[in-house]
Design a protein around this ligand. Sequence first.
Ligand SMILES: *Cc1c(COP(=O)(O)O)cnc(C)c1O
Length: 407
Amino acid sequence: MEPETTLLHARFPVSDPYGALNMPVYHSVAYEFETAAQMELAFTGKSPEHVYSRITNPTVQYFENRVKAVTGAADVISFNSGMAAIANTLIAIARAGGNIVTSPHLFGNTYSLIAYTLKEFGVEPRFVDLTDIEKTRACIDANTCALFLEVITNPQMEVADLKMLSSVCREKRVPLIADTTIVPFTAFRAADFGVDIEIVSSTKYISGGATSLGGLVLDYNTFDWRCSPKLRPLTEQFNTPAFSTKVRREIHRNLGACMTPEVARLQLNGLETLVVRYERVVRTCRALAARVRELKGVSSVNYPGLPGHPHHAVTVAQFGEFPGAMFTFDLASREACFRFIDRLQLIRRATNLFDNKTLAIHPASTIFGTFTEEIRQQMDVSQCTIRISVGLEAEEDLFADFAQALA
Ligand SMILES: *Cc1c(COP(=O)(O)O)cnc(C)c1O
């Protein structure tokens, strides 16, 4: 079945006593048992019952299973935000004396997590231009715990060549971890391009219009963890995927950043409409990016779905017609950007991506506002750039707002 069908018709693991068509929200912290022996089995992971909702919850588990059904991942683990999903993943894999190879073009908090937070625990950050395969290969050594990247970076709109990078990872026996938040898994099958672990901020497209924060980790069980000094013992101990076992049994419970059942319920609804919403916003995004390019005062538009973009070929190879619903454009100066943003009448001045409403932001002064100008330059975050996250409004109404704000 196609993703939109699978997402609507995944069955409950046990039938609902009232025949509910939607998964109920199980507002219960703990679960009761008949006997001490049954408790022992459940608590030691030898039987699948729920015991405590920080560890698993029926509504949350149903949400994870729907994502599993549509992606074919071996395991899906949910979190209370995209950042929690990234932090749990990197903590599961990294160790003192090891390093993480990544691009300086990262979501601001991910950059800060790798450059500062993990570094203080002895994990060396290695920032490299991931579009330069030879430089990337040279950065990877025996202590590399993972290669981490975002499939389309924001706001630089750099597109990693995943086939090329995954072949370097295979050769060096390093897992490839990709944050695919910008292109949902219904439109892009990350595992087909060699991604071992996929991370998604479900706050964005999946939440169904900025209803809630959430994060997902998808383990495709494609990496041979016997190559990882840290996870090798788990491959001998359990016959489940080593990475997701480490996350589920240890990191996720110990850090406690679990998704709540009400959020899972909201995001289940978001999943049901994901395919139609995504098709619509990408179509509007492509059309607007092309039209905004022609407006007076716009010095350039950056959208990898447009022919002429430096990464257009790899974009088409990986994402087909659907490379996300975010574009950026440059004006002459920071002042011109502020003027444009202040004059908007329909488009909202806010951060976040993939709300149902179209949003505009000046990244350099906001999301990246607390970094030094030197680091902003390393990250290629320009004072002249505005980022647009395209929503579900009519294209003509959005274009009219651009035109009047630039007039
Ligand atoms: C928003 C975002 C995150 C962080 O997600 P939260 O749910 O806000 O924690 C990580 N990566 C990318 C690419 C994002 O857009």
